[in-house]
Design a protein around this ligand. Structure first.
Ligand code: AP5
Length: 220
């Protein structure tokens, strides 16, 4: 059993590295709040909020949504009462200005600083297959893969029987753009956190179960 009730963690990695898969499971067993900026934005898009309307074209094209929109959204989320004890940030920060804004907003006090920054390392050649085969449950958000994590019945979620869909940014053109954007704008964060000696790397090109066991140890 993992216990990380005081965790304030950041999960870093390329699109398809498995951040969401691991964050969902860890948050469940460790009673932490899973804050996925991608899921939050997709929620805004589905509800056609002002933020959703602004974000949609960036997301569909595989580009990053502008920093000022994302930073405000995350700051508001981690200030919510349910995020007081433990949270896992999945997909944020993704640029240096976002990382600096997060540091500023957490402040320097030891009980507010990040406790874990975990980098999920996967070779780029593996990522395209993971993204193009991904299917997500529209009802409970569970993440599946047509080959590596198939459901018993094609197109139907094993967890809640909801319908599975393919994300609009998991098309080939958007996937290559997302990988390019990751290399240019997000990869530099590895150096940012290495300098602070907070980065821990996991070989995420293994089975989800093996990765989870290692993650659980790192999060103790
Ligand atoms: P977001 O939703 O965050 O997408 P992402 O970072 O591109 O990450 P993914 O969700 O694609 O991958 P993942 O690492 O979570 O992998 P998963 O576990 O699903 O962002 C979407 C968009 O929103 C961005 O492009 C941008 O426009 C915008 N956005 C979000 N945050 C932003 C920010 N901070 N700033 C600006 N814009 C922002 O796994 C992938 C697949 O692989 C699944 O099918 C899964 O079943 C499978 N899989 C997982 N682990 C394994 C394994 N170990 N072995 C085999 N298969 C596996």
């Amino acid at each position: 059993m993992v216990t990380c009730l005081q965790a304030r963690a950041v999960f870093l990695g390329a699109p398809g590295a498995g951040k969401g898969t691991q964050a969902k499971r860890l948050a469940e067993v460790a009673q932490a709040v899973h804050i996925s900026t991608g899921d939050m934005l997709r929620g805004h898009v589905a509800q056609a909020t002002q933020l959703g309307v602004q974000a949609k074209s960036y997301m569909d094209a595989g580009k990053l949504v502008p920093d000022e929109l994302i930073i405000a959204m995350v700051e508001a989320r981690i200030a919510q009462p349910d995020a007081r004890s433990a949270w896992i940030l999945d997909g944020f920060p993704r640029t240096l200005p976002q990382a600096e804004a997060l540091d500023r907003s957490l402040g320097g006090a030891p009980d507010r600083r990040l406790t874990h920054v975990i980098y999920f390392a996967v070779p780029e050649s593996v990522l395209v297959g993971r993204l193009s085969g991904r299917r997500t449950c529209g009802r409970c958000g569970a993440i599946w893969h047509v080959e590596t994590q198939p459901t018993k019945k094609a197109g139907v979620c094993d967890t809640c029987s909801g319908e599975l869909t393919q994300r609009s940014d998991d098309r080939p053109e958007a996937i290559s753009k997302r990988l390019e954007v990751y290399r240019a704008q997000t990869e530099p964060l590895l150096g940012y956190y290495r300098k602070r000696n907070t980065l821990r790397e996991i070989d995420a090109n293994r089975s989800p179960e093996t990765i989870f066991q290692e993650l659980a140890k790192l999060m103790q």
